[in-house]
Ligand binder design. Structure first.
Ligand SMILES: Cc1ncc(COP(=O)(O)O)c(C=O)c1O
Length: 393
């Protein structure tokens, strides 16, 4: 038998597996489990988008596209960014179509970070930033965000974390898992700290279309920020297109050209069928975004009020489709809470510490499910929490 530990990359082996997957692998082995764990819309991709994908196949468009993506799609993306967020990017030199927002994040970090340079990662946040930084030889520096601050990054915390080695700030808003957003006045404070530095920003705006009270503002739209920002976005969440694997980056040309080079060597181009479908999404589906966002808004109300009623104190999410209640009142760790909830009531949710150590004491519950499913799951969570209380009395 070969000893692969001596063969596999040490850095790759040291990366911890995603704390999201761990629970789902376990849940998959059990009968009757109801999941509130997955981070993808339950809606089908709108029909006209699926139709456009089918048509592209019928017409036999089965070749590679240009490395950076179909010119018509890049033009639509530039138009969309201008229309929805007031951003101005040149479709030929400043937009790259990628395999999901995930690839855009990976490319951005690899294009910017030299070994030993520091990457600031506000947490709790999406699970990929830390491992991607490590694989690029960078040093992840977690920045703790707190429920008292609405889980926003504060200018003070940012300023205190910047060192001569800081290369990049990951800016994950609207946030998965907390539902935090950064309004224009909050962005001003962050921009003020960054303007005099050489620190770049990776703004992960994959949930930009899912905000409930205020429209999303991109940090790249603030004075002096466009030149230091890579905007990452995609089709997965806004258009319910997770399986199409399509995203994009918008960035100043010198950064984007290096990202495009890496993209070319890694994947050549994003899937062709998906690119044709995405043109339709951008041309004709603004209403579909709204239709789904309205549904998510209703579910958010249901989740927040029900969880608070059960004593699982819940920050009111302002974006994305997750609630992040505290489970401290139960006296259990996040993992213990999730393990027992799964075992005793067969409901799968994600422990908050999967999103960084400071997520301990919370769990992430996704409401990207139908209302019947949510009501059934909430009933089981209530039975679980009620049972704990009875045990303690
Ligand atoms: C914050 C955040 N960024 C990026 C992604 C990646 O999305 P995709 O690669 O499907 O575009 C996700 C997916 O869950 C996410 O939650």
């Amino acid at each position: 038998m070969m000893d692969y530990t001596g063969i596999l990359s040490a850095c790759a082996q040291e990366i911890k597996p995603s704390g999201i997957r761990k629970f789902f692998d376990l849940a998959a082995t059990m009968e009757g489990v109801i999941s509130l764990g997955v981070g993808e819309p339950d809606f089908q991709t709108p029909y006209s988008i699926r139709r456009a994908g089918i048509e592209s196949l019928e017409k036999g468009r089965t070749w590679y596209t240009a490395n950076a993506g179909l010119p018509a799609l890049r033009q639509e993306i530039a138009g969309y960014l201008a229309r929805r967020f007031g951003l101005d990017y040149d479709s030929q030199r400043e937009i790259l179509v990628t395999v999901g927002g995930s690839e855009a994040i990976d490319l951005c970090v690899r294009a910017l970070v030299n070994p030993g340079e520091e990457v600031l990662i506000p947490q709790p946040s999406f699970v990929c930033y830390d491992p991607i930084t490590r694989l690029a030889g960078g040093v992840p520096v977690p920045l703790v965000t707190r429920a008292e601050d609405g889980f926003r990054l504060t200018p003070q915390a940012l300023r205190a974390a910047i060192t001569p080695k800081t290369k990049l700030l990951i800016f994950p808003y609207p946030n998965n898992p907390t539902g935090a957003i950064m309004k224009r006045e909050h962005l001003e404070g962050i921009a003020e700290v960054l303007r005099d530095t050489g620190v770049m920003v990776l703004s992960d705006e994959i949930y930009a279309e899912l905000t409930y009270e205020d429209r999303h503002v991109s940090i790249a739209s603030l004075p002096g920020m466009r030149e230091r920002t890579v905007v990452v976005n995609g089709f997965s969440k806004a258009y319910a297109m997770t399986g199409w694997r399509l995203g994009y980056a918008a960035a100043p040309a010198p950064v984007l050209s290096v990202m495009t080079k890496l993209h070319q060597f890694a994947v050549m181009c994003a899937p062709t069928v998906s690119q044709y479908a995405a043109i339709e999404a951008m041309r004709h589906c603004d209403d579909e975004i709204t239709r789904m966002a309205v549904q998510f808004g209703m579910r958010r109300g249901l989740m927040v009020s029900s969880l608070n009623r059960m004593g699982l104190t819940c920050f009111q999410p302002l974006g994305a489709f997750y609630v992040f209640p505290s489970v401290r009142s139960t006296g259990m760790t996040s993992e213990k809470f999730c393990a027992r909830l799964l075992e005793e009531q067969k409901v799968a949710v994600v422990p908050g510490n999967a999103f960084g150590d400071c997520g301990e004491g919370f769990v992430r519950i996704s409401y990207s499910y139908g209302v019947d499913h949510l009501i059934e799951a909430l009933g089981r969570i209530e039975a679980f929490v009620g049972g704990l209380r009875a045990d303690n009395n």
